[in-house]
Design a protein around this ligand. Structure first.
Ligand SMILES: Nc1ncnc2c1ncn2[C@@H]1O[C@H](COP(=O)(O)OP(=O)(O)OP(=O)(O)O)[C@@H](O)[C@H]1O
Length: 257
């Protein structure tokens, strides 16, 4: 499902922190949002999953303004892994994941066989199948993250919105997550701080700086040493990954730009 963000203005307590953002994620495309701390990545994503309401501009899902959709209709199309990840659920892992099925249920309906199958499948997709009966609050940060991702998968959305999903994950689980997202071929909006991961995963990158998009395009075209210096304030060489051929950014960890 295509996502279009048109001239988006949005912020907090009457002050816009994102102003005039245009961004398109084509059907099946993985669109990466990158940018320094505070550049507005989470704010844009929160607008797509309707946690925030634009002060101007709009978000279209397959051509329809999300404000024309009911909360249930939105939840059947868009699932999010927000940056605020609760740890206080006194629920089991399976109970957290089955919450992803709520948009498909009538009031007071229980879980049916299909719900249970989808929960099992979503848990195995994130490598947590053996943990279904554990208490969510007793899991590590990375494990909780994978469970919340499983909940988003269980929602069977047409669009996935992931805010820093690799946060807390060890390198193996980061690689597995990226492989899983690539294999899904689902429209995905994802914010990432790891620019090498973004370069390897995303079809297109959108670089945010002070609330606007300053560059958009395929990773190879966008991630130039000049852009890395101007937007991120770092010195870096961009080469080719010897194993994958993806762009590989080698940062100078000794001094800034
Ligand atoms: N809940 C909030 N209330 C008020 N201001 C906020 C809130 N969340 C974010 N902001 C402000 O909005 C601006 C953009 O923040 P946002 O979280 O969208 O940036 P980000 O690019 O996701 O940053 P990071 O990389 O640090 O996660 C920042 O100046 C931030 O301080």
């Amino acid at each position: 499902m295509k996502v279009e963000i048109e001239d988006l203005h949005v912020g907090y307590a009457g002050r816009d922190v994102v102003a005039g953002v245009h961004l398109v994620a084509a059907e099946g495309e993985i669109a990466g949002l990158v940018g320094p701390n505070g550049s507005g990545k989470s704010t844009v994503l929160r607008t797509v999953y309707r946690h925030l309401r634009p002060t101007a501009g709009r978000v279209l899902l397959a051509g329809t303004d999300i404000r024309a959709l009911s909360p249930g209709q939105t939840a059947r199309q868009v699932a999010a892994l927000p940056q605020e990840r609760g740890s206080d659920f006194e629920l089991t892992v399976a109970e957290v994941v089955v919450m992803g099925r709520t948009p498909y249920k009538r009031a007071f309906a229980g879980d049916d066989l299909r719900d249970r199958e989808i929960v099992a499948r979503s848990l195995s997709a994130v490598g947590m199948a053996r943990h279904a009966s554990r208490r969510f609050s007793a899991l590590s940060g990375g494990e909780r993250q994978r469970i919340l991702l499983a909940r988003a998968f269980a929602q069977e959305p047409r669009v996935l919105v992931l805010d820093e999903p690799t946060n807390h994950l060890d390198i193996q689980h980061q690689v597995e997550l990226l492989a899983l997202l690539r294999a899904q071929r689902r429209t995905t909006l994802i914010s990432l701080h790891d620019l090498n991961a973004a370069a390897s995963l995303c079809d297109r990158l959108h670089v945010l700086h002070q609330g606007t998009v300053v560059a958009s395009g395929p990773p190879r075209a966008v991630l130039t040493p000049d852009l890395l210096a101007e937007v991120f304030g770092v010195r870096a060489a961009v080469t080719e990954h010897p194993l994958t051929g993806d762009p590989l950014i080698a940062f100078d960890h000794r001094r800034t730009a």
